[in-house]
Ligand binder design. Structure first.
Ligand SMILES: [Zn+2]
Length: 415
């Protein structure tokens, strides 16, 4: 097996995490923060320096490059690898001071700020004794989500360019922006990318293939009442708040809520309410691994809305449901090799692996639905979106080795 340059991978990662790239959900720019472009610029230059082809940072800040095929047959499928440069706005992400722990001895990891990473709160740690971990000083997140993925892909690209004996078809590298605020795929030009299959390197730990996500719809329910001074309101006021309160009270409570479900169970979740007497808006999300269930949830909302309307004469209730994303598994079924070859690569390396389902969406859910099958793979992230975030270098090395093997398998595959 090829030796991955562990030290160089670590240095890459440390460099990337020190470039603050926090996404801003309130921004109406793309990318939402200019600093994301700064990391993209560094990455594009590194790709040029290592000899990658077609390197460009587009007007949206996304970075693209190609590592050209080195197999004779010209039909090898084109594989794209994606990672996002932005970090979550849920924790401070600038002035990151990474701390490297060589050969983690086990037990608590005290951080400079007084924060402590404990095996109790993070059971993954028990499996990582003896490994190299990277934490922060406890005042910021680390940004291993997803700079671990970025570093893995960049190191893989350089490894392939330096080792022409490693076989692969055309490899497309894509570094994206604003994944953390739900805009990771907005600007990806799939036509130009022309890939047959893709993988996001944005998963936790090691050896996990995310093969399913929720299917997701959003719903907005508007309650339109009639406001008038309370002093003269008799038989005239129609209080939208009353209807909205009844509506929320009538939603499922013992089942089908985020608070009462796990695993493959879906839910209806009321997450925002805004309004006054004249008008109230309730926003909800509908989630299920079975897309057909979403229609059932939408029907429930409409039924409750109709009941509220008849209980409060004069009140108007308008339900609007919109599609968000679809279970990754539905689209992956069109290209079973996207999972099978990832599994085979783990087996060829003699490594354990797990297929998992995500109670959420990934950029891959959207890309897969648009026609590019995109499972998600582990990249050594842990405790993400937190000042107790850490990453594991050994897991990042393992992910890079897995990709080398996976690309070799794809270079032999014909679609
Ligand atoms: Zn991520």
């Amino acid at each position: 097996m090829i030796q991955i340059n562990r030290q160089r991978l670590l240095e890459r990662f440390l460099k990337y995490v020190q470039v603050g790239t926090t996404a801003n959900p309130k921004s109406d720019q793309y990318p939402s923060t200019e600093c994301q472009r700064d990391l993209g610029k560094i990455l594009a230059q590194e790709l040029v320096d290592m000899g990658a082809s077609d390197v460009r940072q587009d007007e949206h800040g996304l970075v693209y490059a190609t590592i050209p095929s080195n197999v004779k047959a010209d039909h090898a499928p084109v594989v794209a690898l994606l990672a996002h440069v932005d970090t979550s706005p849920d924790a401070p992400g600038h002035s990151v001071r990474p701390q490297v722990i060589e050969s983690y001895p086990g037990g608590n990891i005290p951080l400079e700020s007084g924060e402590v990473i404990t095996p109790d709160a993070c059971p993954d740690l028990k499996e990582l004794v003896g490994k190299t971990l990277i934490t922060t000083d406890g005042t910021t997140l680390l940004g291993g989500d997803d700079k671990a993925g970025v570093a893995i892909i960049a190191e893989l690209a350089q490894t392939l360019l330096e080792n022409p004996q490693l076989l692969h078809g055309d490899l497309k590298v894509v570094f994206t922006c604003d994944e953390e605020i739900g805009h990771g795929t907005d600007k990806i030009d799939l036509q130009a990318l022309a890939a047959d299959v893709a993988y996001t390197l944005d998963g936790g730990g090691e050896g996990i293939i995310d093969v399913e996500t929720f299917s997701a719809d959003g719903a907005t329910v508007k309650f339109i009442g009639d406001s008038i001074h309370p002093a003269i309101a008799k038989d005239r006021m129609i209080n939208a708040l009353r209807g909205a309160a009844d509506f929320i009270a009538a939603l499922p409570r013992e089942t089908d809520t985020p608070e009462t479900t796990a695993g493959r169970q879906g839910f209806i979740h009321a997450n925002t309410i805004v309004g006054q007497v004249a008008e109230v808006t309730v926003d909800l999300i509908l989630r299920s691994f079975d897309t057909d269930d979403l229609g059932g949830y939408a029907d429930q909302l409409r039924k409750i809305a109709a009941q509220v309307e008849s209980d409060w004469p004069g009140l108007k209730v308008v339900v609007e449901v919109r599609k968000q994303y679809r279970n990754l598994g539905e689209g992956l079924a069109n290209l079973p090799q996207s999972i099978d070859l990832a599994v085979k690569a783990f087996k060829n390396l003699g490594r354990p692996f797990k297929k998992e389902i995500i109670r959420g969406g990934t950029d891959g859910s959207v890309l897969t639905e648009k026609g590019l099958p995109t499972p998600n793979l582990s990249s050594g992230q842990h405790n993400i979106h937190s000042v107790r975030e850490f990453a594991c270098l050994d897991e990042m090395v393992a992910a890079t080795e897995h990709l080398v093997e996976l690309l070799k398998l794809w270079s032999d595959e014909r679609l």
